[in-house]
Write a protein that binds this ligand. Structure first.
Ligand SMILES: Nc1ncnc2c1ncn2[C@@H]1O[C@H](COP(=O)(O)OP(=O)(O)OP(=O)(O)O)[C@@H](O)[C@H]1O
Ligand SMILES: [Mg+2]
Length: 257
């Protein structure tokens, strides 16, 4: 069974008190099974909207989204999502927040307790399993949200700027960890970020979106070998990829040179 995602001519218009807001138009891309696709674009270009539509949490107004060949009507099986804001429940411990993923899918919670602990340890939260979310820093909360998304071994992982709130060192660590997790499980990942360097480091392809309304302007292949040590970021081929994407941003008027 393929765990690819097919996005065909997708448009999304929200009804708002001030009239319709078109967030996406003509979005067309296939995410291949086992591929790491980064979605890069300015604030408000519809990245979160697109992710929510893939996750079946919202519906496209036009076009179609298929996951494993089936139209998305509700959240597909085997899909993990990390939201832009960590959505942790304050009245549950960190462990119980991670275990929510199993509960939501109707799986026996007891079978996942050990895996939850192993994930928390892998993400440096082993000692915090019994704490409540409000006792943790922003970066720790976000790591807990990542553990929750990984709990049920999803084939497809959707991540909405998961590292945006982290300091640079933690972010580097988690980039390496995420690359390993994706490679080990040959997971299909769609990863939203504002950072060109992060997108190039992690992705097989980088889809650049522009505002007004959001569409995919260009898709860049990142042919850097894997596994990628962090030091790859100091190499000329890495700089060339970053430069090419920055050049497009500049032509689009998104960044100034
Ligand atoms: N529920 C909603 N109702 C009305 N408009 C919305 C709604 N959600 C998003 N929008 C609008 O759709 C557009 C895209 O929003 P979205 O959150 O997808 O952007 P984004 O690319 O994720 O931005 P950011 O990088 O800031 O997170 C914006 O203009 C936003 O105002
Ligand atoms: Mg967003």
């Amino acid at each position: 069974m393929t765990s690819g995602i097919s996005i065909r001519n997708v448009g999304k218009t929200y009804a708002s008190a001030r009239g319709p807001v078109t967030a996406l138009t003509g979005v067309d891309i296939d995410v291949r099974e086992g591929e790491f696709l980064a979605l890069l674009g300015p604030s408000g270009c519809g990245k979160s909207t697109l992710l929510r539509c893939i996750a079946g949490l919202d519906h496209a107004s036009e076009g179609s989204i298929r996951v494993r060949g089936a139209d998305v009507a509700s959240p597909p099986e085997g899909l993990g999502m990390v939201f832009q804001r960590d959505v942790l429940l304050d009245w549950r411990t960190i462990r119980d927040n991670v275990l929510l993923a199993a509960e939501f899918q109707g799986l026996a919670r007891g079978r996942y307790v050990d895996r939850a602990q192993a994930l928390l340890e892998r993400f440096g939260l082993g000692a915090f399993a019994d704490r409540r979310p409000w006792e943790l820093s922003g970066g720790m909360r976000q790591r807990a949200a990542i553990c929750r998304a990984l709990l049920c071994e999803p084939e497809i992982l959707l991540m909405d700027e998961p590292f945006g709130a982290l300091d640079a060192m933690t972010r580097d660590d988690l980039n390496v960890e995420l690359a390993r997790i994706q490679q080990d499980g040959r997971r299909t990942v769609v990863f939203v970020t504002h950072s060109i360097a992060e997108a190039v480091y992690l992705a097989d392809r980088v889809a650049v979106m522009s505002t007004g309304p959001g569409r995919i302007v260009e898709v860049f292949d990142v042919d850097l070998p894997r596994p990628r040590p962090l030091s790859i970021r100091e190499t000329p081929p890495f700089a060339r990829h970053v430069g090419a994407i920055r050049g497009l941003f500049s032509r689009l008027g998104i960044v100034r040179e």
